[in-house]
Design a protein around this ligand. Structure first.
Ligand code: ZN
Ligand code: ZN
Ligand code: ZN
Length: 310
């Protein structure tokens, strides 16, 4: 039985989910990868599948009882080892896995813009469904990439976790909107790396880690507009910054997450945190972060990286 416990000391939440200790680890070869086409029976039936037809249009399906389609381009299903679910033993919520591409060899910096865009589109579609559930407090979309970032499977995927509570981190961000929008302020005061239409990538002032990056809208918007052209610009910015980070850092591991706003006052953003340093006593015990690379230097190298390696 998993349950939510709040620390009386810090107000942070703990979910006990012992089953997650049993989840498999898969890195390296395609063989046996549970997220590759053809291996769908290793995972629960899909709640959402995107299938591309011969004229290029995308169609939505679900796996029926017992069956599994393998001609998908994006596949979303319940996490086999959920943190939240609708089972009576668990804390209510959703925990889904979104496989971003059928190609095992795709990397965050080499995936096609088109493929990244359809994966984002599917993620937003699932977020909208979960948000319409009145029992849900917030939906977190995030990506763990690499073992040190907490990913147990190498094949490119994101996770979507919807919980009954508003995560304290989000709550804390939302409380900083009293004197105006902090994201608009960050865009004004942080060095930018690249932009596509309304999407900008900055290295935020007060970055916690070297090469931390934020992807957000130049215009104040509380959420990502659900239009094809907007999502395509977002996919371009995301793949571009991943490519620049890869050129600068080599093969790197990272986490990113999406924070959308609850009201029009808030400003959506994606925070990308590469595993460039380890948080130790001062960071964990004091929430004071030692960063060896100022954001203007990080932004300089990210801007230059794609010129040096076209
Ligand atoms: Zn795979
Ligand atoms: Zn704003
Ligand atoms: Zn945030």
């Amino acid at each position: 039985m998993s349950k939510l416990t709040r620390s009386p000391l810090t107000g942070e939440w703990v979910v006990y989910a012992p089953r997650r200790g049993r989840r498999p680890i898969h890195y390296g070869k395609i063989e046996g990868c549970p997220f590759c086409p053809g291996n769908e029976y290793a995972t629960p039936p899909a709640k959402l599948l995107y299938v591309r037809s011969s004229d290029g249009s995308i169609h939505r399906f679900k796996d029926g009882d017992g069956g599994r389609r393998s001609d998908w381009i994006v596949r979303v299903f319940d996490n086999l080892y959920p943190i939240f679910s609708d089972s009576p033993e668990s804390v209510y919520g959703y925990h889904e896995v979104l496989v971003e591409t059928p190609r095992h060899e795709d990397k965050p910096w080499s995936i096609s813009i088109d493929q990244q865009a359809v994966a984002i589109q599917a993620a937003l579609e699932r977020i909208d469904t979960m948000r319409s559930d009145p029992k849900i407090g917030y939906v977190l979309l995030f990506k763990n990439y690499g073992r040190s970032a907490g990913a147990s499977i190498e094949h490119m995927h994101m996770q979507i976790v919807a919980s009954p509570i508003l995560p304290p981190r989000v709550e804390s961000e939302l409380s900083s909107y009293r004197d105006g929008c902090p994201v608009c302020m960050l865009i004004r005061e942080s060095p930018s790396v690249v932009s596509y239409d309304d999407i900008v990538v900055v290295c935020p002032k007060a970055s916690f880690k070297p090469y931390e990056a934020m992807v957000t809208s130049i215009e104040h918007k509380h959420d990502i507009p659900r239009t094809e052209s907007y999502i395509e610009a977002l996919a371009k910015a995301l793949v571009d910054v991943m490519h620049r980070l890869r050129l600068t850092l080599g093969e790197f591991e990272f986490n990113y997450w999406l924070h959308y706003g609850l009201t029009q006052d808030h400003h959506w953003h994606i925070e990308i945190l590469p595993k460039t340093s380890i948080w130790a006593g001062l960071e964990l015990g004091g929430w004071i972060y030692v960063n060896t690379l100022p954001p203007n230097e990080a932004a300089d190298s990210l801007r230059r990286s794609s010129l040096q390696h076209p």
